[in-house]
Design a protein. Structure first.
Ligand SMILES: [Zn+2]
Length: 398
């Protein structure tokens, strides 16, 4: 046996280009729901300077944008390398150094978004010139999205724009932090607010009003029973924790004071489905209950009461096969011999479901460090991602 092989490998160092890009991206304070345009313009100007063909897809307010930048031949196929530009807020968190002023210490780079997921974006930008200089057979598309952290709000319009382009990409990697493991499956998520409108009255005459709080409570109980049913009856997949589709009510708010029959109440609820659990069926179980049972009960006397559903986010799960070309490619390039499933949602489900683009999740950093004070990424992870992108460039030019 070679004693050398028992020693942990010395951590690799990322390039200065990746580190300077990561500092630059972190300095753009792109907290979700605020504008990301300064970052997008910065990146777009750089990529256009290298010859990338850029498409921007704005939100309605023109305060935010997705960027899609293509290099290489004007042909169908090729690969999308995608990440979100937004980060979670820092309010109420105790940081050792300024969250938007990246700091390197102890083999780590600290800053909001270092791990989730500007580290991956920095690696892409550091390698942008090498993609541009490579003899690519198929195009490389770099995608930068907005408002992922608040329910994947930006990426659907980007995927729509990609669907409308003359050439369809063949596959996609979303570089969320997975420690460079190949993730092929994650759960989907649907979240919504149910607004119950009843009819006010004096509490001494409950029969003359419609109590929105009571009907909302019935709805919460229905969702709870549905969750219990799936926990017991399945479907089950033991690679997920928990191993079934879940239902959850997180907020209920209604009524004004005890002697008034409450006119209004809302319930914030969600389900998180196993990727192969039919989402349309799950939604219709909820809507059918409202339409055929609860709303008719509410309307026994007054027709102008009811329930309105306001969808907050609707993110499909991801279920890419181990035999898919993208899975095999990323396994080959990372040297992985297994694939994994994770419980957190990503934009990969949207590329896969809406764009019909086979997608995996693979990126530097550990999700454990995401969203926390003193968020960091190991420099070694950035270096490993760079090696991965170098190998990918070589394969695409083969
Ligand atoms: Zn993320």
């Amino acid at each position: 046996m070679n004693p050398e092989s028992d020693r942990p490998a010395r951590p690799a160092e990322p390039s200065s280009a990746t580190l300077s890009w990561l500092k630059r991206l972190i300095a753009h304070q792109t907290v979700s729901l605020t504008s990301n345009l300064a970052l997008i313009k910065d990146v777009q100007a750089f990529l256009e300077g290298l010859g990338y063909r850029c498409v921007t897809v704005f939100d309605e307010t023109h305060g935010k944008a997705n960027l899609y930048a293509t290099i290489g031949p004007d042909l169908p196929g090729g690969i999308i390398l995608s990440g979100h530009s937004d980060v979670v807020p820092v309010e109420g968190q105790n940081w050792t150094t300024g969250p938007f002023d990246a700091d390197i210490r102890g083999g780590r780079l600290y800053g909001r978004g270092a791990c989730d997921m500007k580290g991956f974006l920095a690696c892409l930008l550091a390698k942008a010139e090498s993609f541009a200089g490579a003899p690519l057979r198929v195009p490389v598309h770099l995608a930068f999205t907005y408002d992922e952290e608040v329910g994947c709000l930006g990426v659907p319009s980007l995927v729509e724009a990609i669907n409308a382009l003359p050439h369809k990409p063949a596959m996609c990697i979303v570089g969320e932090p997975t420690n460079m493991q190949v993730i092929t499956q994650h759960k989907g998520k649907y979240s919504a607010r149910a607004h119950f409108t009843g009819r006010a009255g004096h509490s001494s005459l409950p029969g003359e009003g419609v109590n929105a709080v009571e009907f909302a409570a019935e709805f919460v109980v229905f969702l709870r029973r549905l969750g219990q049913k799936f926990r017991t009856d399945g479907p089950h997949d033991d690679d997920f924790t928990p191993n079934h589709t879940t239902f959850h009510s997180g907020v209920i708010q209604g009524g004004t004071q005890l002697n008034i029959i409450p006119q209004n109440c809302f319930v914030d609820f969600e389900f998180r489905n196993l990727p192969n659990h039919d989402r349309d069926e799950l939604k219709s179980l909820v809507f059918q209950y409202l339409d055929t049972i609860l709303i008719p009960q509410m309307r026994e006397i007054y027709p102008d009461v009811g329930v309105e559903i306001e969808v907050v986010s609707d993110m499909p799960g991801l279920a890419t096969g181990d035999d898919a070309q993208i899975t095999k490619l990323v396994m080959e390039l990372t040297g992985a011999n297994t694939t994994g499933k994770v419980s957190f949602g990503t934009e990969a489900g949207v590329f896969s479901a809406m764009g019909d683009i086979p997608t995996v999740v693979c990126g530097p950093g550990n999700i454990e460090q995401a969203h926390k004070p003193d968020e960091y990424i190991e420099l070694d992870q950035l270096a490993r991602c760079e090696v991965f992108l170098d190998k990918l460039t070589a394969v695409l030019g083969r």
